[in-house]
Design a protein around this ligand. Structure first.
Ligand SMILES: [Zn+2]
Ligand SMILES: [Zn+2]
Length: 339
């Protein structure tokens, strides 16, 4: 056939500390797109904290030796039967929401992020830490022009989830947003919030993260458990640290909302009702995203000039990238590159 039938791919082999080797890189056959699917030749894949939770076993594996990665940018390389949305060579993005059943009561009411039978990229099906992956064409995204592959990759999870979290935090126009933890997702959300005229207060540990928040023009930057300079209308917890939830709730003004953006969090300590929830304060979570979130966010990001601050790594160095994420050795988002 003239085509190289093998590809290199990382797989979660033995979930455990990232400082060990929970991922290994193996050879596999290039996947063949099924009906309605396309095969994507991967240019870049962003490294999301969820990949780290999967590698370390915080998130139970859905499948043995799954390939992580759900911030994929690449080009369509092969079309399955009936796939007609894209042409070979088109640039596309692949995100966390890989497929939904379209028929459960949540899908039917437009909340496909809550689908009872979803398929997630890099958890249920193989993701982007590889040369190629498959995607159902109706769940792929066109990537806005004017963005390099590396800059676009983190938008596909970090960006979309941050957008949904910002929506869930329900900050009124001109209001005050607190951001707890400042990594890949937060630094994109902060840009969006600032562009929309919100006041943004960042509470985070780590010199790199604090520095990045200052560079982006956030209104204040403090330590992870500090009290922001004014009461918050909404806050987003990007740090997977349950012990910060009461801290964030206490920083809210009346009627404020704390939205937890992560797929995993350490336990939340007992809450003092009067200090944390009374006065109609709310604690909400964020679960995946809808395709509409993705389309809306990518259009906004293109228009408002939301840009990921990225650190590139060769695909072969995925473990290093994940270790650096775990230990807070960079600000912004890590992105893996094929050649
Ligand atoms: Zn459903
Ligand atoms: Zn993610």
């Amino acid at each position: 056939m003239g085509e190289n039938r093998l590809m290199q791919t990382w797989v979660v082999d033995r979930p455990g500390s990232i400082d060990g080797s929970p991922l290994i890189r193996i050879e596999r056959e290039l996947p063949k797109p099924g009906p309605g699917q396309v095969r994507v030749a991967i240019s870049c894949c962003g490294v999301c904290r969820t990949d780290l939770h999967l590698a370390e076993g915080d998130l139970a594996p859905k499948r043995r030796q799954v390939t992580p990665g759900h911030e994929v940018v690449g080009r369509v390389a092969a079309l399955g039967d009936g796939a007609a949305r894209f042409e070979v060579g088109d640039r596309v993005g692949v995100a966390w929401l890989g497929r939904t059943d379209g028929s459960c009561r949540f899908c039917r009411r437009g909340a496909e992020n809550l689908c009872t039978d979803p398929t997630f990229t890099g958890w249920d099906v193989d993701g982007g830490y590889a040369d190629a992956c498959l995607v159902d064409e109706s769940y792929a995204y066109a990537v806005p022009d004017g963005l390099e592959d590396e800059a676009a990759a983190p938008l596909l999870c970090a960006g979309i989830i941050g957008y949904r979290a910002l929506t869930r935090a329900d900050v009124p126009p001109g209001g005050r947003l607190g951001i707890y933890g400042f990594g890949g997702s937060a630094h994109l959300t902060a840009q969006l919030a600032l562009a929309q005229g919100l006041r943004v207060h960042v509470l985070t540990r780590g010199e790199h993260n604090q520095q990045l928040a200052r560079e982006l023009g956030c209104d204040s930057v403090g330590g992870a458990a500090d009290t922001p300079p004014e009461r918050l209308d909404g806050a987003i917890m990007f740090a997977p640290a349950g012990e910060l939830v009461p801290v964030a709730l206490r920083a809210l003004d009346r009627g404020g909302t704390v939205a937890m953006a992560g797929i995993w969090s350490s336990d939340i300590p007992a809450l003092d009702y009067a200090e944390t929830l009374f006065q109609e304060r709310r604690l909400v979570s964020v679960t995946a995203s809808t395709r509409e979130d993705g389309e809306t966010f990518l259009a906004l990001a293109g228009r408002l000039g939301v840009r990921a601050t990225t650190v590139g790594y060769p695909m072969a160095s995925a473990l290093d990238a994940m270790r650096d994420l775990k230990h807070g050795r960079f600000g912004g988002a890590a992105v893996l590159h094929n050649s």
